[in-house]
Design a protein around this ligand. Sequence first.
Ligand code: ZN
Length: 503
Amino acid sequence: MQMHPKLQELKTRLAEVNDLNEANAVLSWDQMTFMPPGGAEARGRQIATLERLSHEKFTDPEIGKLLDELQPVVPELAPDSPDVALIRVTTHDYQKAVKVPPVFTAELSEHTSKTYSAWTKARAEKNFKLVAPLLEKTLDLSRQLANFYPGYQHIADPLIDDLDEGMTVAVIRPLFQKLRTELTPLIQKITSQAAPDDSCLRREFPEEEQLKFGLEVARKMGYDFNRGRQDKSPHPFTTSFSIGDVRITTRVKTNFLAEALFSTIHESGHALYEQGINPDFDGLPLASGTSMSVHESQSRLWENLVGRSRTFWQYFYPQLQAIFPSQLRDVQSEDFYRAINKVERSLIRTDADEVTYNLHVMIRFDLELEMLEGKLPVKDLPEAWNNRYFKDLGVIPTDDSVGVLQDMHWYSGTIGGYFQSYTLGNILSAQFFDAAIRAYPSIPSEIAAGTFDHLHNWLREHIYKYGREYRAAEIITGATGRPLELESYLKYLHSKYSELYQL
Ligand code: ZN
């Protein structure tokens, strides 16, 4: 069948927008990996120019007109055809984009870069007050941004919708509440015991061997290095320039083996998702993950449910020992397994284990809602932060750098819309993993043999290949037969940690 000429024109325009975005992604990737410091100023300008051009091209009234003209065509297309999904996704993105005046976007972006550099200074000097006035303005701008989308139930909803379409505070709050109620006694029981000794991870492990081992694990998982590569950067991330070029980065600590290893597995999980998208979608808005939470569920599934499982190390531990004979010869695999699953009450989210991690996220989520609701003034944030850390985790930050200043999120964008996806991703990781095992009960024994084909294929067929063709809620129900729910995740945590800690 001949493609409708208006649809063809829309695709041509969207491909141009996409080219600008992906060219910009190359610039950002280079900025974080190889660019010398002297390139910073010009690079910032180049990225801003490409962003502006892409935004102008995408919000061109011609695109709006094409979308209007295509609405009557939709009923003529097969309801589950990717073209229908493309029109839906583009309409959603377009309507969101045109609601925000360009002058606001420019103000927010200028304010954000000022705040980010003030934050790096404030964090180095361990002094929240240095960035507080700027953060007050960030809060104001975040509220303004939300108010470009009137009709919300909670002011955070439009911000959450940016990355997690359809998710709302009304759904997340009770879910998190229930999770916290389950986690608190579990953490209590675990941490009342002697903590496992993880000193075996803190010996000296040369960088080259660490990177080599991580790459081998990624390759086994199914990461296609003909369509990707790994480099080093201060903060690990995954970026996609096309379905044929999906890259990850890692960071190595020679005195801590878990750092590069689990960040590589985590980012490879993101990369498998991007590499697994239907190649027909390349260059179009359908060619990315369906939501931030579902994306995060994939990195967490591989990192935690696979990479921190005993079965995984049945295969990989002898190999790791062979690479690091002098460091690990005297370490039994069971001791290594306990070390990589050590649970402790700590101050830093990114270093937290998989059980306490969610408490760190929920603290941030609650505080940002309170700020957006106008109940928590920015100047009181450090005190509120420290109080919650004491109440929920029993620890008190010694200064702001290990407290309210530790994460870049609030200082490099808006307040609200991001943190929930980490815990939603954890919850979903177990829900998807359970469904995959129901389909292929042999998956655990395959993992023990270092093969991941059934798991990888199941994820590709039920999640990856669709990209944004279906919404997150549809993907979750389609893949697992159930809406988003806590059951699998709670069962996973309880059974794994009851056994580990003999609760
Ligand atoms: Zn991630």
